[in-house]
Design a binder for this molecule. Structure first.
Ligand SMILES: Nc1ncnc2c1ncn2[C@@H]1O[C@H](COP(=O)(O)OP(=O)(O)OP(=O)(O)O)[C@@H](O)[C@H]1O
Length: 255
């Protein structure tokens, strides 16, 4: 791989929930236009790290986040920064597909614009078409854009949620176990899509599935009990890891 630019940097990130020190002094550079997988056993802090990247812990009273998270050299936790603006630049796709149930397929895609004053009709239609094409959903839904998003299959709903995320033109896309509610065929489609997304976005994905991490990611970060144990090229992590704990995990000896 060519020398990679860094898009997001964690500098001594710590997250506490009350007395539970969930993320311990993590420093890490996420490369731009690349997929980074976050792996590790249940409870090791994967989702907590991911959520700190778009300031979701702001909504959790017991949570305390310290350290810095730099997006293109500016700290997203700086006092002057609006968390809503951060979430626009750093989008999130969740484990369970979560289209807005009362909205049509069309309105789901452009839902992110509701907050910012809406869109002209023709612009909205263009965005809907290009984003649904981007996630390879257009052909399946183009004749029923006005119907409820809830009539779609789980895999289609997840592609719709990804379309909604990219519609507001984020720079970074966070994905928290995006395939765990999907069957193998739908999973494959999302994995192919992740490959394509990295051409334009920086993708950070939490996954329990090590085959998935090996298939879709360029770099992998292995966490254990809140600590970053090892970070490197996925090929290296899965073939010749430096640390014993990483090797034990990837060979299935624990977790
Ligand atoms: N909102 C919250 N309030 C209190 N504690 C939390 C909260 N979210 C996470 N934690 C705690 O932080 C630690 C890390 O949890 P986290 O969900 O990040 O782990 P994970 O690696 O993503 O696990 P899993 O693979 O099971 O989803 C756990 O001890 C968990 O109980």
């Amino acid at each position: 791989m060519d020398a990679m630019q860094t898009k997001v940097t964690l500098e001594n990130l710590n997250v506490h929930f009350g007395s539970n020190h969930a993320v311990k002094d993590v420093s890490l550079d996420f490369p731009e236009n690349s997929v980074t997988a976050i792996i590790g056993p249940s409870g090791c802090g994967k989702s907590t790290v991911l959520r700190s990247l778009n300031r979701m812990h702001d909504l959790v009273p017991s949570a305390r986040v310290t350290g810095r998270i730099m997006l293109d050299n500016a700290d997203i936790y700086d006092r002057s920064v609006d968390p809503v603006a951060v979430r626009r630049r750093i989008g999130m796709v969740f484990q369970k597909p979560n289209p807005f149930p009362a909205m049509s397929i069309h309105d789901n895609v452009v839902a992110g614009y509701k907050l910012t004053g809406g869109l002209k009709r023709s612009d909205a239609d263009d965005i809907v078409e290009s984003c649904l094409k981007r996630v390879a959903l257009w052909d399946e839904v183009k004749d029923r854009l006005k119907t409820s998003a809830m009539d779609l299959s789980g895999g289609q709903q997840q592609r719709l949620c990804i379309a909604r995320t990219i519609a507001v033109q984020p720079e970074v896309i966070l994905m928290d176990e995006p395939c765990s509610a999907l069957d193998p065929i739908a999973t494959l489609k999302i994995e192919e899509l992740i490959e394509e997304l990295k051409e334009q976005y920086t993708v950070i994905i939490v996954t329990h599935n090590m085959q998935q991490a090996a298939r879709v990611s360029d770099s992998t970060a292995f966490f254990y009990m809140g600590e970053l144990i090892e970070f490197g090229l996925t090929k290296k992590i899965f073939t010749t890891p430096e640390k014993r704990q990483t090797e034990d995990y990837i060979t299935g000896r624990f977790g």
